[in-house]
Design a protein around this ligand. Structure first.
Ligand SMILES: [Zn+2]
Length: 320
């Protein structure tokens, strides 16, 4: 009996030694692809920095999604970011940027912040958040989203306002996985519904309307009208003064938070009430967080916002 106890103790001790080694080893094998380096164009400094894929993905997550979000939402974002990144890289058939693989300018590709800015942003939560994001990257190591065996355009935005937009309605380019889907999980996003007032002078400056005409005829009613809406309910055609504008142009030129808006005029200008934030195509970040809170996995999240996709190892993607 004593011998059996001794054997059991020895066996348990042995397992305690072996198990961490196995886990570490599995993790190391799994992250093989993510440890490859990436050349990042730091647009603010106008220089290229080569860094590990892990560091780049963590820095992009840090810039693009609140670190306080649920782990499954961060994992979904990690896969989206890795997929988007791979698509820009020459080794996966992308064009790269200024001799680098990708730019940190969100207007070109996606935002990124390095360690100094992460420390500034997170303060005394730095260690915890850094570890949390590192885990989201490692837990999904090497995973990308594909459709028909090809990397998808993994677009994402802050909050869709109840329904995502299709790529067709925003960019007039139909992609089977970027269709409009319902989203009931993002209503607690900050500034979800917001009033934005734009003066007639600003409308004149940005849309080329005649401010005097608008001001003179400003009895409210017919200065602005959303003539029709897209399938997801966003403003498609908007009539302002005597001119017609595409809803997405109005959003872009007047810097509205989304094209999901209603509008009314008063004597000083137009008051837009927007719902959600961003272009609305693809993964809805606040929706992802809501889905995670409701118990959905990162794969559930990805396959909801990107319909019909497969999550698979990047090694399986054909390199050019
Ligand atoms: Zn949403």
């Amino acid at each position: 009996m004593k011998r059996m106890i001794l054997m059991t103790v020895l066996l348990l001790a042995g397992m305690m030694l072996i198990i961490p080694l196995v886990i570490v080893d599995t993790e190391r094998t799994a992250v093989k692809e993510d440890t490859g380096n990436i050349r990042v164009y730091l647009h603010e400094e106008d220089r290229i920095e080569e860094m590990t894929m892990d560091d780049y993905l963590i820095g992009t997550l840090a810039a693009e999604m609140p670190a306080a979000f649920e782990e499954e939402a961060l994992k979904a974002q990690a896969v989206a970011v890795r997929t988007y990144t791979a698509q820009q890289m020459e080794r996966y058939g992308g064009k790269g940027y200024k001799g680098a693989d990708i730019s940190t300018d969100y207007r070109v590709h996606q935002a990124y912040i390095g360690e100094a800015k992460q420390r500034e942003k997170w303060g005394d939560k730095y260690d915890a958040y850094r570890e949390k994001l590192r885990h989201a990257v490692r837990a999904t190591a090497g995973e990308v989203a594909t459709y028909d065996g090809k990397l998808i355009r993994a677009l994402y935005h802050s909050s869709c306002g109840g329904r995502t937009a299709s790529s067709q309605e925003v960019w007039d380019k139909a992609l089977a996985y970027l269709v409009s889907v319902p989203c009931k999980w993002d209503a607690d996003a900050p500034r979800y519904r917001e009033e934005q007032r734009v003066t007639f002078a600003d409308i004149a400056a940005n849309l080329g309307e005649d401010a005097t005409v608008m001001t003179a005829s400003a009895d409210g009613s017919d200065i602005v009208q959303v003539v029709n809406r897209t399938e997801s309910g966003r403003a498609d055609l908007v009539r302002i003064g005597g001119q017609n504008y595409a809803g997405y142009d109005v959003r872009a030129k007047l810097a509205l938070r989304s094209a999901n808006f209603t509008a009314r005029a008063d004597k000083d200008g137009i008051v837009f009430t927007t719902v959600g934030y961003g272009h609305g195509v693809g993964l809805c970040q606040y929706g992802a967080n809501g889905m995670a809170k409701a118990g959905h996995s990162y794969r559930d999240i990805l396959t909801h916002y990107y319909q019909g996709i497969t999550v698979q190892p990047i090694e399986q993607i054909k390199r050019i």
